[in-house]
Design a protein. Sequence first.
Length: 95
Amino acid sequence: MSFTPSAAFRYTLMRLGIFVGSFLVIWALVYFRVLPSGLGSSNLFWVMLLALVVSAPLSWIVLRKQRDALAVEVAEKVDRAKERLAANQSQEDGV
């Protein structure tokens, strides 16, 4: 039996990976003073904010196929839930 992760799990891991990669690159740029550091002790917050701003559009472009697969998976689950609900309602009406 092989384990195949769901599309949501894969998408989440890939999105997290893009954020971590962006964080490390931006942290290195701030460390080597290519980018300005935050004021006082806000450096970590500054780097996290920049990583979020960079990783969001990057993941929007890079993860298009995974996002489409996730949408299909969610739509299938919603359809199955609607079918079960309709079946349960028809059983109640028949009694």
